[in-house]
Design a protein around this ligand. Structure first.
Ligand code: SF4
Length: 933
């Protein structure tokens, strides 16, 4: 039989490719079985496949396929065990083996339940990985006591579990059984000469591999995977991005198991994803920003156009609060039951019941806060009228009395609603309590609420029906609460968007194997992508690895693959993350976002960063200034010398200048600015200064520049080998990943700088006259009685022929290019005696920065009557050189500079002049004038 492993490049639309493949293969096989990692891609493929092909293909997710063959080919078929039954079984297993000798947790079953759950999932994985033969009893003295007691008996516990549950099946056990089934003639006969197409399954457990091995003896196999064949992550430096190694490992695993040939499907286009990065302080602002992108695509019908990926399900409801029914949206994701209205309602019922129970003496009394929480739940509104009315009355009473506790009156309907929970003493009474609660609901009202109906249905299946199939046992309220919580914790409410059209909103797992033109990925934060490394208290990582179980590292590699696969397969990707901290949480940008930013840098691309704060727009009629206070008046009146940075800060926004220079409020450095921070700028300046200073006075041709480049890169290496304190402090603030990336970025930027200036078609040999020139100043007259001095340090002064050229190195990305043509016009029409925001804005929007003009003025003292040109050199941008003003314009710049300096002294207000620069302003996090464009 033949087997082929397809490596399909990410630029190819994957579902479309599969649909075409199935269409082309339909006549070659009497049966095609398509097995996918998840359900959603099947919907996309079905939509594109021809009806004849669809009829000939059986579509399954991998779990569905295994469950189906277990049910069909087992004689007799095992019973599928419920989660509740399984957890109680493991509780009893621990109690009856270990607990017999040593009562665990002082006999507290509620605490023991957590260990039962851990053991259950460990044995589930052992089943799926077929590791029972490797299982041993472990003496692991570093593990905590309970884990030690379990690990010491692991082998015998597993043997007992296998024996006790031999007529039941569960997730991993179904895979174990499927291995045996696929060895049988009955199965082989049915699937002889068929084709099995596996898709998007990136990790194969031992049982998966054995199943494939068995199938390959009777059927052909096509194994489809997506990977990066265009080397998108290739960089010159040593830094290695092993994102797609998982596919190579998968290929190797399959090759070891069966005779399979690799086929590479490359794309004809060299599509590069356009990336946009967004930073937020909170979920609400993030949701609003997503909505603002969706607005532009309101009527999208084609499902492959735009997707919103929500790795953190908690973002779904804030996002939905913005979207009305005019939008074509399709939601596909699992939502945690405990976070739904019904989940929270159930939780509050137990909280009240426990509170009442703990009061013993006053069994009619309950904590008012807990009761108000319960009565305020939206679910109370679904109960019969007598209950909802009573709930309102009690709430009113509590608010009027303001007392910390509330005593129920005899026969209160609300009390009877929870009394069955208070009296729980057996599994059966837990079931009855839920039935009684649900009986209080008005069915007619519930029918109008589709989601809530579905949630109550889930409660019915996972708790009420599951208890029905179990023998009764005595339990107390605390245990009942814990058991309910553990069961509900694992329920994901499935949203499956149907019909397939419109904007797709889905979770990260649901997006596997899908490609979209444009994606928005929210919450790209550590702890979400990847999720926090959970320490498993039962089984230490070393033992897991030794046994052959999936390690956290492997799981993280899969999450990483899923994320980058999704990004690179789209044309446009919006990466959103939160930074900063709220009282409860601290947000850190994900290492995945860092990797994308670093790669963009290494490719010399312009980074698109946004910090939207949508609610902060300034209303047209509101004030855009504060009154100038005494401190500001004194500051400007006594200030007699200025550096260009300060004048530019005022020109850009007087309010930002006021906060920084007068109020001395520390600017907040955003994470994006970290690579652009002063120290990084200092390193670049220092290296270029030393590089050019060596050749001062000599006319430099291209060969000399090559020498300077080499010397500079050598010095760069030394900086990272023997760093001074300033560099060390800077490096200490960076993550390991950034530390590794920084020398590569610097090397890339500096090499690129020399390459661009040498290869420029305007290149002319030049002489470096000065580096870091700081000897000059310029006195400028503001009024007959006021003069101020301008000073500054000029990075480099060159002589090109007879002309002097001032060069300033910039490590930031923001363009400071003046609107040279408009400057004369603005100067001619400026009201020089009017010091308001309008006039200053005209100056700002044309001059942009006075820095180079001030440098020109400064050097005119030493180099009189010389023609001067100016340039900003951006070390890091692809457009390296930006030309500034020349000595021809010097008088106009001088006049506008005088105006700006007079504005500082004479304006009655401190104006805020919001602009697109607010996004980068270090005070934007509290500035109420900020405006975002
Ligand atoms: S956020 Fe904008 S308006 Fe506010 S201080 Fe900064 S630049 Fe000025």
């Amino acid at each position: 039989m033949s087997a082929e492993f397809y490596k399909i490049d990410l630029a190819i639309n994957y579902p479309e490719y599969i649909a075409n493949l199935l269409n082309s293969l339909k006549d070659d096989y009497k049966k095609i079985v398509f097995i996918s990692a998840n359900k959603r891609p099947i919907r996309f493929i079905e939509k594109q496949i021809s009806p004849e092909a669809a009829l000939g293909v059986d579509f399954f997710t991998i779990d569905e396929f295994v469950q189906w063959i277990v049910a069909k080919y087992s004689h007799p078929a095992p019973t599928i065990q419920s989660k509740l039954s399984r957890e109680l079984y493991f509780l009893d297993l621990i109690k009856s083996t270990i607990g017999e000798e040593k009562p665990l947790f002082g006999g507290d079953d509620a605490q023991l339940l957590g260990w039962a759950k851990r053991l259950s999932s460990l044995f589930d994985e052992i089943d799926r990985q077929l590791l029972d033969k490797k299982l041993a009893n472990f003496q692991y003295i570093e593990a905590i006591d309970e884990a030690q007691l379990i690990l010491e008996r692991l082998k015998s516990l597993y043997a007992k579990y296998r024996e006790d549950l031999k007529s039941f099946t569960y997730s991993g056990d179904s895979f174990r059984r499927a291995v045996k089934i696929t060895e049988k003639d009955e199965f082989k006969e049915d699937f002889k000469d068929s084709l099995f197409v596996y898709s998007g399954i990136v990790y194969l457990s031992n049982s998966d591999l054995e199943i494939i091995k068995n199938i390959s003896t009777v059927a052909d196999i096509v194994y489809l995977s997506q990977t990066d064949l265009s080397k998108r992550e290739k960089t010159k430096g040593k830094i290695g991005f092993s994102t797609f190694k998982v596919i190579d490992e998968l290929e190797a695993k399959l090759k070891k198991a069966i005779n399979i040939k690799t086929k590479q499907i490359k794309s004809n286009t060299n599509k590069e994803t356009e990336l946009f990065f967004y930073q937020f302080a909170d979920t609400h602002t993030q949701a609003e920003a997503i909505f603002n992108i969706l607005k532009k695509h309101k009527q999208i019908k084609e499902p492959s156009k735009l997707a919103v990926i929500l790795p953190n399900q908690a973002t779904l409801f804030p996002l939905l609060s913005f979207i009305d029914k005019d939008y074509n949206i399709n939601i596909t994701m699992g939502f945690p039951f405990l976070s739904t209205s019904v989940g929270m309602f159930v939780d509050s019922v137990f909280e009240i019941a426990l509170d009442v129970k703990n009061r013993e003496q006053e069994a009619q009394t309950v904590n008012s806060k807990l009761l108000v929480k319960f009565l305020s739940s939206s679910i109370i509104g679904l109960f019969k009228d007598e209950i909802t009315k009573k709930a309102e009355l009690i709430k009113k009473e509590i608010f009027e009395n303001g007392s910390g506790s509330y005593t129920f009156k005899n026969g209160s309907t609300i009390q009877s609603l929870i009394s069955s929970f208070i009296n729980i003493n057996s599994l059966k009474s837990l079931k009855d309590a839920f039935i009684e609660l649900i009986n209080g609901i008005d069915e007619e009202k519930l029918q109008e609420f589709e989601l809530e109906s579905q949630l109550f249905q889930l409660l019915q299946t996972h708790i009420i029906d599951a208890i029905d199939n179990l023998p009764d046992r005595s339990i107390d309220l605390k245990f009942a609460y814990q058991l309910t919580k553990e069961i509900l914790k694992d329920i994901q409410v499935p949203f499956e968007g149907y019909p397939l059209k419109g904007i797709q909103i889905m979770g990260m797992l649901e997006a596997r194997s899908l490609s979209f033109d444009e994606v928005i990925v929210a919450d790209v934060n550590e702890g979400v992508l990847p999720s926090i490394d959970k320490i498993d208290p039962l089984l230490p990582e070393e033992i897991k690895v030794a046994l052959g179980l999936t390690s956290f590292k492997q799981k993280e590699a899969l999450v990483k693959y899923n994320f980058f696969r999704l990004i690179y397969s789209s044309s446009k990707a919006h990466i959103m993350y939160k930074v900063g901290s709220t009282g409860m949480e601290k947000f850190i940008k994900s290492r995945f976002a860092e990797q994308l930013i670093l790669l963009e840098e290494l490719k010399g691309k312009k980074l698109n960063f946004y910090t939207p704060k949508i609610n902060l727009t300034v209303a047209g009629d509101s004030k855009n200034y504060i009154e100038k206070d005494e401190e500001a008046i004194n500051y400007f009146n006594s200030k007699i010398s200025f550096a260009p940075t300060e004048i530019d800060a005022y020109l850009n926004c007087p309010y930002a200048h006021y906060l920084g220079y007068i109020k001395e409020i520390k600017p907040r450095i955003s994470l994006e600015d970290k690579f652009e921070a002063n120290v990084l700028g200092n390193i670049i300046h220092k290296l270029l200064e030393e590089g050019f200073a060596e050749f001062k006075g000599k006319e430099l041709g291209k060969d000399d520049l090559e020498k300077i480049r080499k010397n500079t890169l050598r010095r760069l290496d030394n900086i990272f080998k023997n760093h001074d304190k300033e560099t060390k402090d800077f490096l200490d603030k960076l993550s390991e990943f950034e530390k590794l990336g920084l020398p590569i970025i610097l090397k890339f930027r500096l090499s690129n700088y020399f390459a661009v200036i040498t290869n420029s078609k305007d290149f002319k040999p030049f002489e470096v006259v000065e580096t870091e020139y700081d000897r000059g100043t310029f006195d400028i007259e503001l009024s007959p009685t006021v003069n101020v001095t301008l000073w500054g340090k000029i990075d480099r002064i060159d002589k090109v022929g007879d002309v002097l050229r001032i060069v300033d190195y910039k490590t930031g990305m923001h363009s400071l290019k003046p609107k040279v043509k408009k400057i004369i016009q603005v100067s001619n029409h400026l009201k020089y005696d009017l010091f308001n925001d309008e006039e200053l804005k005209k100056v700002r929007d044309t001059v942009v920065s006075f820095q180079l003009a001030i440098y020109m003025l400064i050097i005119t003292n030493e180099w009189k009557d010389k023609e001067i040109t100016t340039e900003f050199h951006y070390i890091g941008k692809s457009n390296i050189i930006e030309k500034g003003p020349t000595s021809r314009d010097i008088e106009i710049y001088k006049k506008l500079l005088q105006y700006t300096l007079n504005h500082m002294r004479n304006s009655g207000h401190i104006y805020a002049i919001p602009s697109d620069r607010c996004s980068f302003c270090p005070y934007n996090y509290f500035c109420h004038f900020a405006k975002y464009f």
